[in-house]
Design a protein around this ligand. Structure first.
Ligand SMILES: Cc1cc2nc3c(=O)[nH]c(=O)nc-3n(C[C@H](O)[C@H](O)[C@H](O)COP(=O)(O)O)c2cc1C
Length: 172
């Protein structure tokens, strides 16, 4: 049976909370959920769909500020091992704060999804910017976000609906 992997980091905050909302909506029959620190790159063998989530906690240059970010380290490990994700789908969700960081809102979604597509995964789950208040984002191009932005700092009351609408559009 086709199963989706919900992979998230960090643990214990907004990303963790939203990852579990997504997993609960998908149900354990259709999905498994892991914190990045629990898995190695071979994990993808068991899944046809991947949903990856992280937060943005550095404004200017993700590579520079996130040397010890588990997403950076894990994706580098995948690339070093030449992991192929051909035939699998990738959708990302990203936590951010559009009021304090309006020029870098959910930037890191871009780095995450692009690394997955570089490994051969097919992207899905773009989102329109309707309802968000931000100035710019690396994760926003051609009038769409590359994934689902969630702002648990300022708009936590909108997360459930945003997640439900987004999951409805994914083919999983
Ligand atoms: C030091 C720091 C830097 C941040 N930089 C950004 C940023 O550049 N863009 C953004 O959208 N949010 C930024 N945020 C907000 C976080 O992404 C947000 O609080 C998120 O909910 C954190 O999720 P977590 O608790 O799972 O890590 C930053 C937060 C901190 C503490």
């Amino acid at each position: 049976m086709k199963k989706t992997l919900v992979l998230y980091w960090p643990e214990g905050g907004a990303v963790d909370r939203c990852a579990h909302k997504i997993f609960t909506a998908l149900t354990p029959e259709k999905a498994d959920i892991f914190n990045l620190e629990e898995v190695d790159p071979q994990i993808f063998d068991n899944y046809t769909g991947i949903i990856a989530g992280g937060s943005t906690v550095g404004a200017e240059n993700w590579e520079e500020v996130s040397g010890n970010n588990e997403w950076t380290l894990f994706l580098k490990k995948c690339k070093d091992k030449n992991i192929s994700l051909n035939g699998k789908t990738i959708a990302v969700f990203g936590l951010g704060d559009q009021i304090l960081y309006p020029h870098h809102f959910v930037n890191d979604m871009a780095d995450i999804i692009h690394t997955f597509t570089d490994m051969g995964a097919t992207p899905q789950g773009e989102c329109a910017a309707d309802g968000y208040r931000f100035e710019s984002s690396k994760a926003f191009s051609d009038g769409k976000f590359v994934g689902l932005p969630l702002d648990e700092v300022n708009e936590s009351e909108k997360s459930d609906e945003r997640i439900a609408n987004w999951l409805n559009k994914l083919s999983i």
